[in-house]
Ligand binder design. Structure first.
Ligand code: IPE
Ligand code: IPE
Ligand code: MG
Length: 255
């Protein structure tokens, strides 16, 4: 174990969740409270992303999914949407060296075709160039919605059925999972939402069936390594049951 870790970090790293998903919320409120523009809040949020990605890898988390832009976020003012898309491209080019150094593999979920060309190009480039890395898998949810993801999966299955490649009675949960954007990625063990809202906002509706929920009032730009460690320690106190009448360690971390 890494001796540079603090005692709390060492405890968190002793039994980390395999997959952490985060609804990164509160950039706007963080900025408003300081008299800054919302866009400045998003820039500060990007710093938290850098720190949490590094921390997740160092603490032994294998998959980190970050909700960065929802299918409904297009309803925001054009200036804010454009700034977020530019920020994505800048973030990727600035962070690529660090991701490579730490062995991070980048993936994306969501309707990626619907993103502006520059954002898509930046994303595609880093995904391709980090595909061989074997450390943390970082999954960015972009133009993502849980319902649209399920809708797309149903459409794909219907198409296969119409072509005679599939019978209705063959459809099971595994097949549905395999047709989601998250195919091959284990379900999240821990779902974190920052800035206090007690809602899912259309995030990973299928995949979080048995995820442990952790909501903190801290705004995303202030959610840094110490807050992340607290979330992992809180996760360790949870008794996961998966429908059994008592904790069943054999099923912990099941897919
Ligand atoms: C989360 O912060 C970032 C995105 C949704 C892109 P918000 O922008 O939603 O911040 P609040 O919720 O208005 O404070
Ligand atoms: C969820 O946050 C989406 C992201 C974090 C990208 P929102 O701020 O868009 O969600 P609501 O509007 O509070 O439900
Ligand atoms: Mg919000």
């Amino acid at each position: 174990m890494d001796s540079t870790l603090t005692p709390d970090e060492r405890r968190a790293a002793s039994h980390p969740p395999r997959h952490v998903a985060i609804i990164m919320d509160g950039n706007g409120r963080w900025a408003a409270e300081r008299g800054f523009s919302r866009i400045r809040g998003h820039r500060a949020g990007a710093e938290s992303i850098r720190e949490i990605v590094r921390s997740a890898g160092e603490l032994g988390v294998r998959y980190l999914t970050l909700y960065a832009f929802s299918v409904d976020n297009w309803k925001r003012p054009t200036r804010e949407v454009s700034a977020l898309m530019r920020l994505l491209a800048t973030f990727l080019s600035r962070e690529e060296a660090g991701l490579q150094k730490n062995g991070v593999r980048l993936r994306a979920i969501g309707r990626i075709d619907g993103l502006p060309r520059e954002a898509r190009a930046a994303l595609g480039g880093v995904i391709a160039r980090t595909a061989g890395n074997t450390g943390l898998t970082l999954i960015l949810a972009l133009n993502y919605g849980g319902r649209s993801e399920i809708t797309d999966a149903v459409r794909a299955l219907c198409l296969k059925s119409a072509r005679g490649e599939l019978r209705a009675e063959d459809v099971d949960e595994e097949m549905i999972s395999a047709h989601l954007n998250t195919a091959g990625i284990p379900d999240p063990d821990l779902l974190i939402r920052t800035s206090g809202e007690m809602r899912l906002s259309n995030f990973l509706l299928w995949q979080i069936s048995y995820a442990e929920l952790y909501v903190t009032p801290v705004y995303w730009p202030e959610f840094r390594r110490a807050e992340f460690v607290q979330a992992l320690l809180d996760y360790q106190t949870r008794e996961r049951r998966f429908g059994c009448s008592s904790a069943n360690p054999a099923r912990q971390g099941r897919q």
